[in-house]
Design a protein around this ligand. Structure first.
Ligand code: GLN
Length: 472
């Protein structure tokens, strides 16, 4: 009930698209009854959680923040949602995002942008006043983006409306908002957690992500979610580890790699200094910290763009006005109905990606773009394999170029370009399928959170989180 009242009080953040009051209250009551009887459904009994609105939830509207899916009520739960519920978690609602998870600011959804809770911290407000005396203190246009595309999930956890939230991560969408909102944002290895019921963006890169306040919480949720799912053939068969993290780790035998290509000119000095401070921390604890090279990093944005839009072009074909959600009033012909429905249903980011993707997939372009991008993707993935085979345990990088920026600044530039640049540190892990986690590393002089990212070899999730816990 406390969490529901916080949701009410923080409505202005626009973190939720749907708040499932009745469902949450009923689940909480049942959990309370169990507790009184000394029973427990499982790991998450009674714990309030939120779910990004691109996961199917039985009987609860699932929109992907798109007019196309407004009013769509799925008849089934995504596997990860079902697993949370099976362990007694209380579902608070569905969180806001960029339309169909395309973006990195959570500013691009049909239900309006998400505001970063840190915009309202005392320190930030005071700093703003100091920096620009003419500005109205607390003016609404001062607010900061939450990052994205899982910005609603990040704001929901950061504002204490729940203890954990599901995000999705295709190119950084869980780690980016986690960094901007001062949270742990974890993208498990591709294949460890089922994608069944996660409405796809890029099937070959999508991974359900976890946003929490600390690493132990992320590990606890991973323990619930991980494992083979007959409904997702890309999930691995191996038995699931318990994902309980040791409380103290000796890092003296650890080798931490610092990729030199990640020191890009756009990196803010605040992030840069926390990054080297973190490296120093490992060094003084006895770990080996070495420079490594991920030589194909500079191709990653272009490569991602070709692969992402190509898969988008194919994935979005299902939204034709017949099966799900929105259908326009035009009915002169099937083609006219398709076209008008899609024009009305999708925003310009989604339409732009469908067009680009179809261009790359044209018979005469396919070899030159799609196939070539797949080859480059392999090289990017091999960069990680080579680094980890050389004895490096984890790679340490920034998560984002800077701390969260004000909304008005974010929308000034072409959003698509901005969003692509923002993913420079996070995207490669999706193309390689390796696990990565963003952990709060400190505050900027403005009092805003900055995250750093750890990346580990595929299925080294347990080790990754153990190192992250030591660092946090
Ligand atoms: N910003 C990237 C994009 O727009 C990544 C999004 C994501 O991870 N869902 O494609």
């Amino acid at each position: 009930r406390k969490c529901l009242s916080v949701i009410q009080k923080t409505k202005f953040l626009n973190a939720y698209i749907t708040v499932s009051y009745e469902v949450a209250l009923k689940q909480a009551e049942e959990s309370e009854k169990r507790y009184k009887k000394g029973q427990s459904l499982g790991e998450l009994d009674g714990i309030p959680v939120a779910v990004k609105d691109n996961f199917s939830t039985a009987g609860i509207e699932t929109t992907c923040a798109s007019n196309m899916l407004k009013g769509y009520i799925p008849p089934f739960n995504a596997t990860v949602v079902q697993k949370l519920l099976d362990q007694g978690a209380v579902l608070m609602g569905k969180t806001n995002l960029d339309e169909f998870a395309m973006g990195s600011g959570s500013t691009d959804g049909a239900f309006g942008p998400v505001k970063n809770p840190w915009s309202y911290s005392k320190q930030y407000r005071e700093q703003r006043r100091l920096r620009s005396p003419g500005e109205r203190r607390g003016a609404d246009e001062d607010w900061l983006i939450a990052g994205g595309s899982s910005g609603g999930s990040a704001a929901a956890v950061a504002a204490a409306t729940c203890f954990a939230a599901l995000g999705s991560d295709t190119g950084g969408s869980t780690r980016n908002p986690a960094a901007h909102c001062g949270l742990v944002g974890f993208k498990p290895s591709y294949g460890l957690v089922s994608r069944y019921g996660l409405i796809p963006l890029v099937n070959s890169m999508d991974v359900p992500g976890i946003l929490t306040r600390c690493v132990d919480d992320a590990a606890a949720v991973l323990g619930v979610l991980a494992g083979h799912d007959p409904k997702d053939s890309t999930t691995v068969q191996d038995p699931v580890k318990p994902f309980v993290l040791p409380s103290l780790t000796d890092v003296s035998k650890l080798c931490v790699g610092i990729p030199k290509e990640y020191l890009v000119p756009e990196l803010s000095s605040e992030v840069r200094s926390l990054w080297s401070k973190a490296a120093g921390l490992f060094e003084s604890a006895g770990a080996k910290v070495i420079d490594v090279s991920l030589p194909h990093t500079s191709y990653s944005i272009v490569c991602y763009h070709v692969l992402c839009t190509s898969e988008v072009a194919s994935n979005m074909a299902r939204f034709d006005g017949l099966e799900y959600g929105h259908r326009c009033d035009i009915n002169e012909s099937t083609e006219a109905m398709y076209a008008a429905t899609r024009r009305e249903g999708f925003n310009d980011v989604v339409r732009g990606r469908i067009l680009s993707g179809n261009f790359f997939l044209l018979k005469e372009n396919y070899e030159n773009y799609f196939i070539k991008a797949q080859k480059v993707r392999r090289l990017i993935a091999n960069d990680f394999v080579n680094v980890f085979n050389s004895g490096v345990d984890v790679v340490l990088t920034p998560t984002t170029l800077s701390e969260a920026v004000p909304f008005l600044e974010f929308i000034k530039e072409d959003n698509r370009t901005r969003s692509a640049q923002d993913d420079i540190f996070t995207q490669a892990a999706n193309m390689a399928g390796v696990p990565a986690v963003s952990v709060p590393a400190g505050l900027s002089p403005q009092g805003l959170p900055i995250g750093l990212q750890f990346i580990a070899p595929a299925f080294g999730d347990q080790k990754l989180l153990t190192v992250a816990k030591w660092f946090e």
